[in-house]
Design a protein around this ligand. Structure first.
Ligand code: PXP
Length: 239
């Protein structure tokens, strides 16, 4: 089955917030992303609400018809929001509050008891839980141990090495993905995926369930339009 595309709409909220009004409208853009073929909508509310606001998440809950994925650092406010909204998927990310963007995966060994407890609570509420990890095999093993349904592989290291040497860039991801599948973990990926590096990634990673893409996709939409851009990304994911 083809890898599913979840569009991260944080950048739409960033643009809206720049002027303080409601243009572009995050709910409308999300509905349009779905209409144009996106198979999921991802949001990543952060405590300072500098892009997606907690209210956006509540508003989106009412309209998203595909897979709704809420990423974030699992502080009390995130957990309260996710348990209220009950999205299809929660993706736990180990972001310290002030960070510009997610820049590392979980140390699943150090955080074993915390992750176990959070995942149990989310799953007891019917929410599939994914955790953001790097390609360190110990962290992938740890993800299975804490009971995650999925992992999301942090692809920035792949994207940054892709142009110099794509075989070397993908190698650790192939190993981590293989182990994830052996451990019965489903597999997502995200961060810095774009029209240059996505096809090669999807073709080489067996069993890639979903990618979530924000920055590059929204930037490409400036040139190609949102509908064309989503179709272009979907074409990269065709088997
Ligand atoms: N996955 C996670 C956990 C993220 O934090 C982000 C950025 O919000 C993404 C995926 C999407 O990354 P990008 O915006 O580079 O496509």
């Amino acid at each position: 089955m083809a890898t599913r595309l979840s569009v991260n709409v944080n950048k739409i909220a960033t643009l809206r917030n720049a002027r303080g009004g409601d243009n572009p409208n995050v709910v409308q853009v999300s509905k349009d992303c779905e209409r144009f073929g996106a198979q999921g909508i991802t949001v990543h509310p952060r405590p300072d609400e500098r892009h997606i606001r907690y209210q956006d998440v509540l508003d989106l809950k009412e309209v998203v018809k595909t897979e709704f994925n809420i990423e974030g650092y699992p502080d009390a406010r995130y957990m309260e929001l996710v348990l209220k909204v009950k999205p299809t998927q929660a993706t736990l990310v180990p972001d310290p509050p002030g960070v510009l963007t997610s820049n590392a995966g979980w140390d699943t060994i150090k955080n074993e008891s915390l992750l176990k407890e959070l995942i149990q609570e989310l799953q007891a509420n019917g929410i599939r839980t994914s955790i953001f990890v790097d390609t360190n095999l110990k962290n992938v093993e740890g993800a299975a141990k804490v009971g995650a349904n999925r992992i999301e592989l942090y692809t920035e290291p792949y994207a940054s090495k892709f142009h110099a040497n794509k075989e070397a860039a993908i190698a650790p991801f192939i190993k981590a993905a293989k182990l994830a599948k052996e451990l019965s973990l489903d597999l997502n990926a995200g961060h810095d995926l774009d029209l240059h590096n996505l096809k090669y990634f999807a073709q080489n990673i067996t069993g890639l369930d979903e990618v979530s893409i924000g920055h590059a996709l929204i930037s490409d939409a400036l040139y190609f339009g949102l509908e064309n851009t989503i179709q272009m990304y979907l074409a990269q994911l065709e088997p």
